[in-house]
Write a protein that binds this ligand. Sequence first.
Ligand code: PCA
Length: 205
Amino acid sequence: MTRVLVTGFDPFANSASNASEEAVRALSDRVGSSEIITRILPCVFGRSSELLRHAVRDHAPDIVICVGEAGGRSCVSLERYAINRDDARIPDNSGQQPTDRIIVADAPLAVESTLPVKAIVEALQADAVPAELSLSAGSYVCNHVFYTLMHLADATPSIRAAGFVHVPVESTMPTALAVRGIETVIRVTDARGSSDITAVGGRED
Ligand code: PCA
């Protein structure tokens, strides 16, 4: 049975809730033939990636999907590239506000998701879940966790695929729809591993 670690984030920026936490908490224990393990990470630079590392060490997942909330987006966003920089527009939940800080020393500036992102977007759209590819997860705590995840996955051959997904705020996308979207991300990744389809995914923005 495939073991899938799915993480969400706790609320940040004085918000009372976080759509990623709501959706991750609402996931079933099983999706298809996958066993689902969930964790909620604090919106704190450093501590979030430390907890992610512990969860990977404790549960030895085959697939890791980290989920965050993206205000201002209306689609489930499959993030393609994590960048090796922390550059925070607002303080995190511990008051840290790093500027242009390198996340992992002597590591590449950008790393790529190993989720089959194009196949996932196609499957989501076929299931009437608004979805899109996104080039970047920004430079706040979500990108921090995404970069740490891909660095960790690179050093952990037992991880078949890993990546990051942003979901819209709950008033834009109800939790039930976000849950259905995350379940599709899990199903497609379990079926394909990191093997993606060839499809146009370019954009100019
Ligand atoms: N969204 C923030 C951090 C936590 C979250 O859910 C981000 O996009 O970086």
